[in-house]
Design a protein around this ligand. Structure first.
Ligand SMILES: Nc1c(C(=O)O)ncn1[C@@H]1O[C@H](COP(=O)(O)O)[C@@H](O)[C@H]1O
Length: 161
């Protein structure tokens, strides 16, 4: 099945975080696939995924990983499909390890790096939507409506609990 977004993650344990990206893609009606792909544990899977992504019509890859988070950068080295990186929060170093592992790519192989954790994953979904909306007016209208609804839900004044 043709999908627009490849949502990949280093481990099953990343799914509670990466699900936030999936929820956004679902909400906006964007076709995607979710896969476990690890530079460390399944390097052959990473290689074939990266080699085939553009040919399969994937337009954006969202890659989440924690700790020594090499997955997004390695994927960016293997495909010209834009990669959005999500640093998954870790217990030992709070996700700063993941963030730094993803952020500092060498010139030539960029990864668009989001914030640590669930909000970063949700924003990755929205970033993917923004990219796809450039080529899809119907999606652009859905994304505009989503943004307007979020804005309208923010109260003007704080209240006590
Ligand atoms: N950072 C990577 C990569 C990779 O970058 O290829 N593969 C797995 N992992 C990370 O290891 C953490 C712990 O994984 P387990 O919970 O499976 O032990 C996860 O956050 C995963 O993203």
């Amino acid at each position: 099945m043709a999908v627009d977004v490849g949502l990949i993650m280093g481990s099953q344990s990343d799914w509670p975080t990466m699900k936030e990206a999936a929820l956004i893609l679902d909400e906006l009606g964007i076709p995607y696939e979710a896969k476990i792909v690890s530079a460390h544990r399944t390097p052959d899977r990473l290689w074939s995924y990266g080699r085939e992504a553009a040919g399969r019509g994937i337009k954006v890859i969202i890659a989440g990983a924690g700790g020594a988070a090499h997955l997004p950068g390695m994927m960016a080295s293997k495909t010209r499909v834009p990669v959005i990186g999500v640093p998954v929060q870790t217990r030992a170093l709070s996700g700063v390890d993941s963030l730094y592992s993803i952020l500092q790519m060498p010139k030539g192989y960029p990864v668009a790096t989001m914030a640590i954790g669930a909000a970063g994953a949700a924003n990755a979904g929205l970033m993917a939507a923004g990219i796809l909306a450039l080529m899809d007016p119907a999606l652009a209208a859905r994304l505009d409506a989503w943004r307007t609804a979020l804005s309208a839900s923010i109260p003007e004044e704080p209240k006590d609990d």
